[in-house]
Ligand binder design. Sequence first.
Ligand code: F6P
Length: 255
Amino acid sequence: GLIHTIKGLTELESALENKLNIRKVLVVPGNSDESELVLKDMGRTAARFLKKIIKKSNIIGITGGTTMAQVAEEMPKGKVANDILVLPARGGLGKDVETQANSIAANLAKKLDGNYRLLHVPDNIEQEAINALLKVSEVKEFVDIIKKLDILVFGIGRADVMAERRKVSEETIEELIDRGAVAEAFGHYFDTNGNRVWESITVGLSLVDFKKVNNVIGVAGGEKKAEAIISISSIREDMILVTDEGAARKILKLV
Ligand code: F6P
């Protein structure tokens, strides 16, 4: 029955908090590998949590992907605090406009009646071009604000899936595999122990910045992402994770 299910999820949450050694875990029922509704539910749960912690003048960063798109989509309309600012955490990471961090940040800001700023960086750009971009005052300003994030909401992906989605070269994929990459988050690739093994060339949140953000909320589910979630959870002990039962049960088998 329902009560049993709820109790089961609460137990899963505390088991995961212990095993992953992170601040808080929220688990929604089901497996998002199998159902879109579960993805929506994760989005809604993350949005509600986010809404509760936003304070006046907060700067909120958000990444791209289908999960983050749901977080913005499921955010109930209404102002929670004055003067909030929403930003995409990194530029130029996705091909699909609908799931790009820019449109997600704008959508989230509109829902919260806040302000937003966008960052336009083309995909698959060379480092030289990035260096030139960083001299543009608008881009420079953006990168400075990113360092002051109060809250980061971010998606977590499998390294192989994300490398393919970004159409990185065969050569790079082989190197990623060689270095043991299993996870991807905010444009960085990590091995099982959360060591960074690769970084996409773009502008925005760095790993050093990530470690300084007060509230980091990772949202990812589906059994297939279990290993990626374990990796990212090992980067910061005070991370908050919103996941689903599919990933949760698989993680407990792995750790
Ligand atoms: O490309 C942005 C991003 O947030 C990645 O950093 C992350 O790995 C991925 O999207 C998650 O995408 P999805 O929610 O669609 O699995």
